[in-house]
Ligand binder design. Sequence first.
Ligand code: SF4
Length: 971
Amino acid sequence: MSRVSRRTFLKATGAAVAALGLTRLVPLPSFQRSLSTAARTYSNFEDVYRQKWTWDKVTWGTHLVDCYPGSCSWRVYTKDNVVFREEQGAQYPQIEDRVPDMNPRGCQKGGCFSEVMYGAERITFPMRRVGARGEGKWERISWDEALTQVADGILDAIQEQGPESVIFEFGSGEGGTVHGAVPGWRLMRLIGATVLDNNALTSDFNVGIYETFGKFHFVSSIDDWYHADLLLLWHMNPLYTRIPSAHYIMEARYNGARVVSIAPDYNASTIHADLYVPVEPGSDAALALAVCKIVVDRGAVNEPFVKEQTDLPLLVRSDTGRFLRQPDVEGEGREDQLYVWDRASQKLAKAPRKTLKLGKIDPALDGAYRVRLHDGSEVEVRPAFALLRELLEDYTPERASRITGASPRLIERLADLVIEAKRIHILQGFNTPKYYHGDLMERSMALLLALTGNFGRQGTGMRGWNSSQLVMANNLKSKPGFEGFMELAQKQLEIEHEVKKRDPDLTPEMLAIEIEREEAKRSALAPLNMGAMTVPPHFFWYWHGGYREVWNRRDWSDTGMKRSFDEYFREAVEKGWWEGVVQPKPDQEPRVFIGACGNTLRRTRGGGKLLLEHAWPKFKLVVTIDYRMSSTARQSDIFLPAAAYYEKTDFRFPTAHLNFLVFTDKAVDPPGEAKPEWEIFYLLAQKLEERARARGLESYRDRHDPPREFRFDGLLHRYSMGGQIGPHDEDKLAEDLIYDTVRAGALPERTSLKTVRKKGIVRFTHIGIDAVGMNMATDIKPNKTINPLTWHVDKKVPYPTYTRRIQFYIDHEWFLEAGEQLPVHKPTPKMGGDYPFVMTSGHQRWSIHSMWVLNGVLSRTHRGHPTLFMNPQDMKAKGIEDDEEVRVYNDFDSFYVRVKRAPSCRPGQVVIYHAWEPFQFRGGKSYDFAIPGFIKWLHLAGGYGHLRYWRWNWVPQQVDRAVMVNVEKLT
Ligand code: SF4
């Protein structure tokens, strides 16, 4: 072992201290104070060491970013108003006997957030652009100057185009609940601005899960993975993306589980699998359906589950392909009263609607039957299962092998494991929704689990996403505390009453969803006059963002489309399928863009090209609220500096995936003139009122039908909950969230901000009262892992789908037109043109979105610049060396990037992990310049049971996986 002399050590330590000074202290006076204190006291070797272990205070902290499920609790160490390090908290209790606890939670990004706080990209003063947009020339201005310019821009937009011309976006950058995107959301609703649905913006909506279950907000707790005996890593690379949770996969193996990785590339998680099933990108539906066929052929279907829980026994008319409905049989009655064929009585029987219990009915799964209709005619009907069985004939292992590239023997082996397993869990991330036909993949994967009865029990299921539990009424309430809670509850009851009158058979979960739909259409819940909660972004993109032309490219589109994209789009709007949320209107030019806690020009697929070319010139004002200089900030006119995660009182948005409320404390003051978002929007509300008064403006109406009236006077009063929450009252806001949540029964009775501040985390006791919480459909038990859907599986409560069952047969007219009434495999359209490489993506290992992507510490753990992973065979064929810069192009556009030699990458596939900032690429053109940003036309459908929009649900979103490109060696 080499010996380090005291002299060498002191020299090295001194260099480290100096480096710390350079990277952290230069911009911040408080740090300079810290440095001078340190310089005074570091008189000898022992002092240097001792100083490292002294601090002024230790607080709890977490990272308010969507590193789902994140929620890692950290100890944050502060000295002289500077955070100098963080350590994992490790205070998560063991929940269930013999199931490992969650400790320690954390990843390498969280372990150096204090570095990001003081990184070179941090901006701590309001700034105004002085050069052209994107030129990088700025001047420092006062908050008053900045807010005046923003308020005037908003007022001009309202006067010239209406309030919907103010576009507000937030993405996945800020997962706070007190601050982050929430205060902006509240103020923007109060002025009637367009708030774009952030789940559609991030493309994190599991469409196929939603189509199947009528919801996608259900997840098991991460410790429940331990109960599975077969874990399928399918469209998920947890070693990259679930770092704090991945240990459960390894631990499940100690519990006897087998782990299978299904992926095109031999990724970091595959290394830990027992079986690897390599597949062509986008071929997963064919694989799943082939395994389903084997399950059916071998008689391994869990028939009681399928008959009771799914729509597969429901009768479908052979003449129309539509379900047999009550008006067909009786001439009147409910459209959604459907039928089964009762084997016991050999008669038609109404499928129960209020319960999943079948009683004495024994529905047939096969066969063809003739039934008499009310007009005396006869038609043939067949159970949907019989149609499925027929469809599966196309998915023999041999045919699936030709599509997927996996051998028939391997597909059989996978089926063996599925049939042998008692508890199967598909660990599937947000990769599927980013494929054009990702919904078909998810529907096929869900089918596999349903045929084998793998839902609603410990160790089973697949996942969507969930964020509920905390009563997030702070963008709805007019007052804090009991009064505000009761006012909201009262409103909720009124709507419930109205909705129930329309349909008395709704379950509590369905009611909660209908309330959300009412809220989306007419801001019904808010006691205040407010604009829409959120609206789908595709109208903005289509009419104002330059996407119409791209989405109409037939050669890049779904070959199964029978009509043009425009025709589908027009029909969807004309039929009123998006009633109440078509915003802004086609003739309403967007004028102001406000981005808070997101990075629009990095994230929007094709946005770096299309939005900049088409939407940006229309915006007379672009405002970014962030703690750092992002690509979007660089293209803004005004930058407002926000506080970072350890500089404010907040909670990470909670999720039943972890089931803890995780607190982050204000360890230090925000540096310079940075402010928490509640205060920023407080000041903006104040300024808007002041500037409107100066212009003599009193009120205005939006373009909603019927129009909503908004007033300027009292805007601040409304924003600040009747004047009761001041600009610095973040603790009061946090207390209010806890208060409401305790009243809703989701947190233990005596929980308060004081107790949370002391412990850092607190376990939820209930799934929450909003629709997103109800989608979990389960009870939380103090000593059990959480598994969703038990209300359906155990208590036989219907699902919120059109058929009230897990729905595999969708007889919407467009689904029939598309041939997607049942899950099928369809090839990914050649988006970008006919080129030899399939470009895929995923979350990178070294950053959460782009938040850490410039961080020096993390950059030293990889090559420090964007890389394109490529197979050595492909590199050789093109004469490309490792780390050589290449041009990647298709018919949409091109970008330059360095190649990383990656034998793990599938030949013909290139992978670029996302979230690099565009300005890290030559000419500011990132990989996004090769992504046209398609949405699937079928997702414009509506007016059918669960296929109707509500916040975060049934919303078209852009896809970016499996875009076609070529890679060109530079000469
Ligand atoms: Fe945990 Fe997310 Fe923080 Fe990483 S960044 S430590 S996953 S909360």
